[in-house]
Design a protein around this ligand. Sequence first.
Ligand SMILES: Nc1ncnc2c1ncn2[C@@H]1O[C@H](COP(=O)(O)OP(=O)(O)OP(=O)(O)O)[C@@H](O)[C@H]1O
Length: 258
Amino acid sequence: MLQISKLCKTFSGERPGQEVNALTDVDLYIEEGEFVSVIGPSGCGKSTLMDVVAGLERPTSGTVSIREEVIDRPHPDVGVVFQQDATFPWLTNLQNVMFGLCRSGLSKKDRTRRAMEALELVGVESFANHHPSQLSGGMRQRVNIARVIAARPKILLMDEPFAALDEQTRLRLGDELLRIWRETGATIVFITHGLSEAAMLSDRIVVMSARPGRVREIVTSPLPRSRTSDDIGSPSFAELTGRLWENLSHAEERKAAV
Ligand SMILES: Nc1ncnc2c1ncn2[C@@H]1O[C@H](COP(=O)(O)OP(=O)(O)OP(=O)(O)O)[C@@H](O)[C@H]1O
């Protein structure tokens, strides 16, 4: 579904001639319908990887392909959810979700229907005619997710979407996201700083090394596809987070040594 090959990304630094190697030789293959999380030390290039896959940044070298089509701009099959609230305060929640469909070519009636379906999927349909300011942070993030999934992307990229939320809300939204993933069959790439979040949500977890970021290890989850936050107390979960922590602390040690 998604193939990342020998991906490198270098930015110009603050001083003339200075360069920042954000990513080097990243190779990753993601199957259709997989839920893959990416973790790694701060500054290792997770957001850069997401931006390149989203077609928002051009790779310095290497390629990103979706079903063998090399992408160099935002692709219609890809939706992106960021940590920051992207709702427009002057629009209702329904209008916000419909806005995400304004270039879809659908009639207003169909856009309304699709937007309502997306709001139902994330559980905020009863607030369709309220404004984002009338919602809690967690509910607003549900509207942001609805806005993206209303367009029915085959690949959903999520860059720390729950980072600004409290732990309880994160867990609840994690469960909702797993349900949405199972219902839609979307392929999800999820960036997080949270080991438990990555362990609970993912089929596979990509651990990146310190900058310049590359794939350090890919850990396959022993948890079933039907996993929920109830699995957090299980021995498999503890073993998985232990393994992730071990990997991450080695990556952090390397960062300290650089
Ligand atoms: N537009 C840019 N221009 C110059 N340097 C950049 C740019 N974007 C990112 N960088 C640098 O590239 C490196 C990787 O940044 P990135 O934000 O991708 O890391 P990250 O792993 O997402 O970080 P964090 O975990 O802290 O969110 C950092 O050193 C950052 O300063």
